[in-house]
Design a protein around this ligand. Structure first.
Ligand code: PLP
Length: 424
């Protein structure tokens, strides 16, 4: 290392040599190349000792903040028992019971390590139970990176989302606009006989914080029941974040299957597919394969139990609603102060900040695609330079570790970025 190189620059060079693109998930290519030393509560520290107030939460999982002490202590204890046994262990059963007690509509579950995998299990279960092939999904929703579900939407058409992906893998996927009841009902009328399952983010959070229009989820629910299609809520982001029972609880609509991950295990890798027992019948016999060496391991399920110990009290949600609300109000005040064409939309625990000069509420992915995302990336870069770690794609997550003091400090740190925009 030369004298002029920072520790971070040295690590970046080394990362680029040994990790493809310097990262281990392509999502991380979307932000600048930060080399993290550690996280604590609401803060991240890079290898040069620079500190950031964090609103990305590791793409969402760290809903209780980084290294929440009570969770860490329980995990340290749990892993003394060993991690994986090729047999069911006590904590797996306890974690499943605790999760299912939250969702009265669901009766059974399977654990996995990532939501991408659990989505695959859900699609397989939907197809096996209905004897149909097609999956109906929506532009702008993300359900993992596997060949049969990853898409890229352009001009209202969905194509492969990645190089190396076989286009044929998407032949049994129909993609339509979300939040449009008419289009949904028409598609089911025309193609319903071949649609095994409908998968959606029940609140669109990957591409913009868009709530379902009143009556939309109810109409989808009813139409799926009438048509015999399995309704799958992908609550990877919304689950355990919008409230203990996620979007299904918040909006009062129950799916047949739901995928959870991220906030469910306070940052440790665990995901779950939950649902009605009859849908899992052939999973239980073993004729429908769902497998995974690390599924339901001790650390993952101990993390679920420890996270639920915190989340079930309800205090976490009250705090995140309050602190997130203060942050939204503060950002809106900066937008107004500098008279900028920007907008905050969403909920205190997950919202999007965008450049958008219209006053119309954003209700569709089409509207989001028309916004100036490149301009926002430059702005996000400025926020990061000011010591606030955010996603380039506009989403802000608030954790239970954030405080009113963090909000005040964040607003003070980021005000120069708003001023610079106004001056430019
Ligand atoms: C809604 C949704 N589904 C599925 C996934 C894939 O989850 P994982 O990265 O755990 O495989 C994500 C990841 O961000 C997601 O947001």
């Amino acid at each position: 290392m030369t004298d002029t190189k920072t520790v971070q620059q040295d690590f970046q060079e080394r990362a680029n040599r040994v990790l493809a693109g310097g990262v281990t998930s392509n999502t991380r290519l979307l932000n600048p190349h930060l080399i993290v030393e550690r996280g604590s509560g609401s803060r991240l520290f890079d290898v040069d000792g620079r500190e950031y107030i964090d609103f990305l939460l590791g793409q969402g999982p760290n809903f209780l903040g980084y290294a929440p002490p009570r969770v860490v202590a329980k995990l340290a204890e749990a892993q003394k028992d060993g991690v994986i046994f090729a047999a069911t262990h006590r904590r797996e059963v306890e974690a499943a019971e605790r999760i299912l007690a939250i969702f009265p509509w669901a009766e059974t579950l399977r654990f996995g390590s990532s939501s991408s995998e659990m989505v695959q299990a859900a699609l397989r279960i939907a197809r096996q139970n209905t004897g149909r092939k097609y999956i109906l999904r929506f532009h702008g929703h993300y359900h993992g990176w596997f060949d049969n579900i990853q898409i890229r939407s352009e001009d209202g058409k969905a194509g492969v989302g990645s190089l190396g992906q076989v286009p044929e893998a998407l032949e049994q996927v129909i993609t339509i606009n979300w939040n449009d009841t008419e289009e949904f009902l028409r598609t089911l009328r025309e193609r319903g006989h071949e649609i095994a399952g409908v998968i959606m983010e029940p609140i669109m959070l990957n591409s913009g914080a868009i709530e379902p229009r009143p009556g939309y989820l109810e109409a989808v629910r009813q139409a799926c029941s009438d048509n015999g299609s399995v309704l799958i809520f992908d609550e990877t982001i919304s689950g355990f974040r919008l409230g203990l029972s996620g979007a299904s609880g918040r909006f009062g609509v129950s799916p047949d299957l739901a995928v959870y991950g991220k906030a469910m295990a306070a940052g440790w890798p665990c995901a779950a597919l939950i649902g009605k027992r009859e849908l899992f019948a052939e999973v239980a016999t073993g004729r429908l394969t769902h497998a995974g060496t690390f599924n339901g391991n001790v650390v993952a399920t101990a993390a679920v139990l420890a996270a639920l110990d915190e989340l079930e009290s309800g205090e976490v949600y009250k705090k995140v609603e309050a602190v997130g609300g203060e942050l939204i109000d503060g950002i809106r005040a900066l937008i107004a102060k500098y008279d900028l064409p920007m907008r905050v939309q969403g909920l205190p625990m997950a919202f999007h900040l965008r450049f958008d000069s219209s006053d119309d509420e954003i209700t569709s992915y089409e509207q989001i695609q028309a916004l100036e995302s490149g301009r926002y990336s430059d702005f996000a870069q400025h926020l990061i330079e000011l010591g606030v770690w955010v996603a380039y794609r506009g989403i802000w997550y608030v954790s239970a570790a954030h405080t009113s003091e963090d909000v005040a400090e964040t607003l003070a740190r980021i005000e120069p970025a708003f001023k610079a925009l106004a001056d430019s």
